[in-house]
Write a protein that binds this ligand. Structure first.
Ligand code: ADP
Ligand code: ASP
Ligand code: MG
Length: 815
């Protein structure tokens, strides 16, 4: 015999029932089949809902039943059965629902729903679906019998999750087989009966188990679980988009995965077939030609170290702690006995080697009774202060790596911790069986999606890493950055294995979000119509989305945004800032951001703060990291001032040249920051700090060249005042030219002191020959004593600045 089980979706409608029957009919080529079927998808949930409503006296149960009945009748009709079987189907369904109504009326009048009644109630789901399938199948294949599972599978009377009496079940199955030689059977899954003939059920998802029990009793050639995915997958496909089917897997591994949450297989299913070595296939009803998964004794060695990742939510950790436990035998025995007495299933156990604490993971709904039972058991010790009362920790989940190969590979836990740590996922407890088939971590429930995806990437997608960007300020630089990103996305994926997605774009008013990645061509129009959002809300959005490898990109010049960096870094969100405010703010703030970045393993990068895309900070960091000491720096750091002094020769007013610089995008949004020297001062401050100096903005001497009147009033007044002082600028220019020199606005740092100011530079000097908006930095260090290390090139402009931000994003992404 072959046993084929069809799940809820596989029989959810007439169309699907027909597909499932086709699969069953095709299998007949290899001999008779046993088809085990679930209830029409969603029926069990609906019946439970109806029962609960009835128990509360809520008449909504009638509508629920009516709707369900209609669904069944429609399925029967659409199956296009011949007239006689159609009549039978209709009668079976209407009779069934009559009984269901009666049952629910009874529940409503008693206002009580026992687990025994609930089992009777839900059994109709499988009873009806299996009869429907049988009528359809029978119209193609006469040697077919409907078998009532309640006469085949014997259990105890633990309603809701009954335990199977294997020996009796095996005998009953064989007796049925003797009465129906050569027939194929259609059997309702999930349901069974106790010794008194009461209907019981095998637990939610239990149809898989029914099929396995029959396969074992019949010593079937194979068991096939037909469902709505193409096999057991490397992770829950609802959580991980890139999850893929596992072609071959051992019983042990499949058991671990299903125990730890891979819903595709009900955990008890494996035991009966494993005992007899019956091959178990998981196949897709909707893609029957897909290979699926073969679960067997000894699959070929998998190509990956980890076979799959699964998770269980709804976990509570219970900590038993106290000095009174150390070295005294029997504590864990008493703990587990207390839990066992309450029939509490322990999902995970860890114990510190100091024996100072034992920690067990249980289902959230078991936590309260567990706490009572354990506190009672240890009442004397607790009263004597030798043990603390049990401390529950809620809203947790387990994420487990499963794979037999793990035992031969060092570094798996390291990789696991590294990947989770980098994404700010805190591990509350770990457990690893000595067999090393499973490494389980307990984390916060809200981190599960992120954790599984991060781990899936780390263990299955060595070649791909998803990066999620939140971009604030799509102005001059920001929009260029988005253009560059759009252009480079395919290249990044192919060459660097980075799937860079822009999840949100926000300006000071609106925010556009798409967790699957925004379309980078349509955003300008969409952003204008997007919903309003404040900066605080944007920060909350980044944190609450909790996406892996998140990077916040600040392309504003707004002082307020610098205030959100700390909170983001503390959530392991990387920060890439074009905005100089944070790095040049109070030293304490700068230092705090640096230390958060280290502590939470999240990059804080701001290369474009100095010299746009020029590798200035990167070079400086490389020097200091490799042990060099920066003694002196001399630099021209203002693309704006360079542009202005390179273009000003007295033939056009100074103010006009400044205006051109602003129009061409070489100035800060407020050009006074450039012309006053403040911007250059911020840059040398940042360089000095990166060189290891503890320095504040006030420590920098700013030797301005503007007449004081220029800095009073607004930007327009600033232009007017510059025009009025044209003679002043002309005089500065003439003085330099007559000495054969050029004017440069120079930043200097040496021996803990820094200053910025306008200087006349003689030809031949490293700073003399600078064109356009070029920047140059000269580093004098212990290694570069006589001749400085020079970094030189375009230091302003939206396109280059954007490319610098881009480079920082890639740096943060590859950490
Ligand atoms: P059926 O009704 O056929 O028994 P289930 O809903 O019980 O189907 O199980 C199949 C579902 O299990 C899939 O649709 C998928 O969403 C979910 N699932 C969770 N983890 C996994 C996994 N590791 N591999 C495959 N499916 C999984
Ligand atoms: N119908 C039952 C459930 O939904 C059993 C099953 O589908 O396996 O739990
Ligand atoms: Mg199932």
């Amino acid at each position: 015999m072959q046993v084929l089980k069809f799940g809820g979706t596989s029989v959810a409608s007439a169309e699907n029932i027909a597909k499932s029957c086709d699969i069953g009919l095709r299998a007949l080529e290899n001999g008779p089949v046993v088809m085990v079927v679930s209830a029409l998808g969603g029926t069990t949930d609906a019946l439970i809902k109806a029962g609960r409503a009835a128990a509360e006296g809520n008449l909504a149960y009638q509508d629920i039943l009516q709707e369900l009945e209609q669904r069944h009748l429609t399925a029967a009709e659409e199956l296009q059965l011949p007239p006689a079987p159609l009549d039978t189907a209709t009668a079976v369904i209407t009779d069934g629902f009559l009984e269901l109504h009666r049952l629910c009326d009874g529940i409503a009048s008693l206002q009580e729903l026992s687990s025994r009644t609930l089992d009777r109630l839900v059994s109709y789901g499988e009873l009806l679906s299996s009869q429907l399938v049988e009528l359809h199948f029978h119209s193609f294949w006469l040697d077919t019998a409907w078998a009532d599972a309640r006469q085949l599978i014997r259990t105890n009377s633990r309603f809701g999750n009954a335990e199977v009496d294997i020996a009796t079940t095996s005998r009953l199955v064989k007796e049925f087989q003797a009465l129906h030689p050569g027939d194929s059977w259609i059997v309702p899954g999930f349901i069974a009966a106790d010794a008194h003939g009461n209907t019981t059920t095998l637990g939610r998802g239990g149809s898989d188990y029914t099929a396995a029990l029959l396969a074992a009793a019949l010593d079937a050639e194979k068991l096939e679980i037909w469902t709505d995915v193409s096999g057991m997958m490397t992770a829950d496909p609802r959580l991980v988009r890139s999850a893929r089917p596992i072609a071959r897997i051992s019983y042990q591994e499949a058991m671990e995965l299903s125990h730890f949450g891979a819903k595709v297989l009900y955990p008890p299913t494996i035991q009966p077939v494993m005992k007899r070595g019956i091959p178990l296939w998981i196949k897709n009803t909707f893609a029957p030609d897909d290979y699926g998964t073969l679960v067997e004794v000894a699959p070929p060695r998998a190509a990956t170290v980890v076979q799959g990742i699964s998770s269980i939510g709804n976990l509570t950790l219970l900590n038993l702690e106290g000095s009174g436990m150390v070295g005294i035998p029997g504590f864990s025995k008493r703990l587990f006995e207390a839990l066992a007495r309450e029939r509490i299933n322990v999902i995970l156990i860890t114990q510190s080697s100091s024996e100072h604490s034992i920690c067990v993971g249980v289902n959230a709904q078991d936590a309260a009774p567990a706490q009572v039972a354990v506190d009672e058991e240890f009442a004397t010790e607790i009263a004597a202060g030798r043990i603390e009362p049990l401390r529950p920790e809620r809203d947790l989940a387990i994420v487990a790596l499963v794979g037999e190969n793990m035992k031969d590979h060092p570094g798996i836990s390291g990789k696991l911790f590294g990947a989770l740590g980098q994404n700010g996922v805190n591990i509350r407890a770990i457990a690893q069986g000595a067999s090393e088939k499973n490494i389980s971590t307990v984390i916060r429930a809200q981190d599960v999606r992120k954790a599984i995806n991060v781990l899936h990437e780390a263990f299955f997608e060595a070649t791909k890493k998803q990066v999620n960007l939140f971009i604030l300020g799509p102005g001059n630089v920001g929009s260029k950055l988005l253009e560059q990103l759009a252009r480079q996305q395919p290249h990044l994926l192919e060459k660097l294995g980075l799937q860079v997605r822009v999840v949100a774009i926000a300006n000071s008013r609106h925010c556009l979000v798409d967790e699957n990645g925004l379309d980078l061509t349509a955003w300008p129009e969409e952003l204008a119509q997007a919903s309003a959002q404040t900066l605080a809300e944007f920060k909350e959005l980044i944190i609450s989305r909790n996406l892996r490898n998140s990077i916040f990109v600040d392309v504003t010049a707004n002082p307020a945004t610098a205030d959100i960096y700390a909170d983001l870094l503390a959530k392991s969100v990387a920060v890439v800032a074009c905005n100089k405010v944070a790095a040049s703010s109070d030293y304490a703030h700068y230092a705090q951001l640096k230390s958060l970045s280290k502590e939470f393993n999240a990059s804080y990068l701001f290369e474009t703060n100095v010299g746009a895309a020029l590798p200035v900070i990167g070079t400086l960091n490389d020097l200091t990291r490799s042990g060099d000491v920066v003694r002196r720096m001399e630099a021209v750091l203002s693309g704006t001032l360079n542009f202005v002094f390179n273009n000003y020769d007295g033939s056009r007013p100074f103010a006009e040249v400044v205006r051109q610089a602003q129009a061409e995008g070489y100035t800060e949004p407020d050009p006074r920051l450039d012309l006053s020297g403040t911007d250059v001062a911020r840059k040398i401050l940042i360089l000095a700090r990166e060189a290891g100096e503890v320095m504040e903005m006030a420590d920098i001497k700013i030797e301005g060249f503007l007449p004081p009147a220029c800095l009073e009033g607004d930007v327009e007044a600033f232009y007017a005042q510059m025009a009025a002082h044209e003679a002043h600028f002309k005089a500065l220019y003439d003085a330099a030219t007559s000495a054969g020199k050029r004017l440069k606005f120079v930043a200097r740092y040496a021996d803990g002191h820094a200053a910025v100011g306008l200087q006349q530079i003689a030809s031949g000097h490293d700073l003399y020959d600078l064109r356009g908006k070029d920047n140059v930095v000269l580093f004098y260090t212990d290694r570069y004593v006589e001749q400085p290390l020079v970094v030189k090139g375009a230091g302003a402009g939206a396109e280059v600045t954007a490319s610098g931000v881009f480079a920082d994003i890639i740096r943060a992404a590859r950490l």
